[in-house]
Design a protein around this ligand. Structure first.
Ligand code: OAD
Length: 262
């Protein structure tokens, strides 16, 4: 049986229009916890309904705000891993050779961008964007002005109030992420679908595939005729139907694959 890395390299070497779909596992080796991995996943330690809904924010704004400030500081303190960098290099290579690579991510961190990728589509928003919960205006806000405790951990005994909106009297700033029950950013989602409809290769990395509508995106690529490669140390529902399933991590597998095309 052919080695999955070799099979994937064959697909990659001929692909001209590539879509990378990434989830939390993409950033795990940078030190950003995933959501559902046993023991380390955020939703193993915290309750999503208490931290990732508008209702929770309105009921306990300081709790929710401090949790997002903690996540912002966590991401700010880490670096892109070899997988992020490989994707950035691959995108630049394809751009120079009349091809294209679009990164569509469920991640709210900026590690793809810091790894060199451009025009990243953030389906679930960003930890780095803020807007008013009431008037909806975008706000320039620097989380560096919010200091966590000395251990840089989320501490329920040391909560910070959300920053105030500069425009409306009552408003508080909220993080620009997509909470449960909220729609995905329309333009971003439509662009992601368009790119998949013209892709010849879709590479799915580090997602459990349990959250819709993001979980349906690989099938849009497949229906349009694209081959699917999945990279994930643990098999998912997609693994059986992917053209190639690589049971490895983002930072190990991606540099190997990309070095074949560069
Ligand atoms: P999950 O935490 O559900 O899944 C992470 C996946 O990454 C799992 O399948 C792991 O096996 C895999 N994984 C772990 N380490 C990896 C590594 N080093 N390399 C590659 N893969 C690895 O994360 P998502 O599928 O991204 O939404 O979660 C989807 C959404 O659920 C998130 O965007 C978030 C969450 O609720 C919102 O907050 C709206």
């Amino acid at each position: 049986m052919t080695d999955p890395i070799q099979q994937a390299s064959n697909l990659i070497s001929t692909a001209r229009s590539v879509v990378v779909l990434s989830g939390a596992g993409m950033s795990a080796e940078s030190g950003v916890p995933t959501f559902r991995d046993a023991q380390t996943g955020l939703w193993e330690r915290f309750a999503p309904e208490q931290l990732a809904t508008e209702r929770a924010f309105r009921a306990h704004p300081a709790m929710v705000w401090t949790w997002y400030m903690w996540r912002w500081h966590l991401v700010h303190g880490v670096a892109p891993n070899a997988g992020h960098t490989a994707i950035g290099q691959w995108q630049q290579h394809l751009a120079k050779t009349q091809g294209s690579l679009t990164v569509t991510t469920q991640n709210v961190d900026d590690l793809h961008e810091r790894g060199g990728a451009q025009d990243v589509l953030h389906l679930h928003g960003s930890l780095h964007a803020f807007r008013c919960i009431d008037c909806d205006r975008d706000a320039a806000f620097n989380p560096m002005t919010m200091e966590l405790g000395p251990d840089q951990e989320f501490d329920e005994a040391n909560l910070m109030s959300p920053a105030a909106c500069d425009y409306c009297a009552s408003g508080m700033l909220r993080p620009g992420v997509v909470w449960f029950g909220e729609a995905l950013p329309h333009f971003t989602f439509e662009t992601a679908i368009e790119k998949l409809q013209s892709a010849d290769l879709v590479v799915v990395i580090g997602s459990s595939g349990l959250v819709q509508p993001a979980a349906s995106l690989p099938m849009i690529g497949r229906d349009a005729g694209a081959a699917i490669i999945e990279i994930n140390p643990r098999a998912t529902e997609l693994s059986q139907t992917a053209d190639v399933y690589i049971a490895s991590t983002a930072a190990v597998a991606l540099p190997k694959l990309v070095s074949e095309v560069l």
